[in-house]
Design a protein around this ligand. Sequence first.
Ligand code: ADP
Ligand code: MG
Length: 256
Amino acid sequence: MAGITIEKIEKTFGATTVLRDVSLDIADGEFLTLLGPSGCGKSTLLRILAGLEVQTGGSVAIGDRVVDGVRPKLRDVAMVFQSYALYPHMTVQENMSVPLRMRRLSNWQRLPLIGRFLPGSKAVAAEIENEVMRTAKALGIGHLLGRKPGQLSGGQRQRVAVGRAMVRQAAVFLMDEPLSNLDAKLRVQMRAEIKELHKRLGVTFVYVTHDQSEAMTMSDRVAVMLDGELLQVAPPQEIYADPDDRRVAEFIGSPK
Ligand code: ADP
Ligand code: MG
């Protein structure tokens, strides 16, 4: 379990400043949503938390560990991407096994030829298979384990991506517009499923969306972002009822 401390994060790409002075404390177990229009810097901030992008200034701590310079795999985070980022040549079973194989198997055991003959490999492989099966069943995709991503619907792919993140058992879940490729009806249904997942796992969620109704219905707190800055961080009701400034009000569509 871990909260997140974001301190004075800055990010520039060449001459362009994409994030400026972003500070935010996210509580352990909280569902926090970064909400803002396309291009405001949401993905960049999330990628910095994941360790996929390096900030040009400031610091990030996950739990009580400062993770600046720590590689993505060694942070206690799991990420679900907008595009799902599944391996097209692998089955669902194989896609979902990747994080477990990375963690459980030693370097030697990961080599397909040698690994097969090392003591313990079979037991580890069986354990991984069981865990993937358990998770897949919980997400209603147990019957799809033999298929490849190309043979799945958008909603099914989304579940596989969530499943692959779940098996990591990370303390922090990062989701970048995970529903934006789904049709409207499924999008609403998946909101409830993601909330349910948050409740069940009890871990910290940082959720990114440009969709205000998604942010308002799912979050404990919403962080409204514009042009690389956090304008307001508050529970949904408060953002609606008492927007801090005109730009927040305009984006949310409430009067002020
Ligand atoms: P959002 O996720 O809110 O749509 P992004 O974080 O993807 O926003 O992008 C914020 C800004 O940073 C955009 O103007 C985008 O063009 C720019 N940007 C993102 N990644 C890069 C990059 N690798 N190189 C240059 N500019 C980038
Ligand atoms: Mg984005």
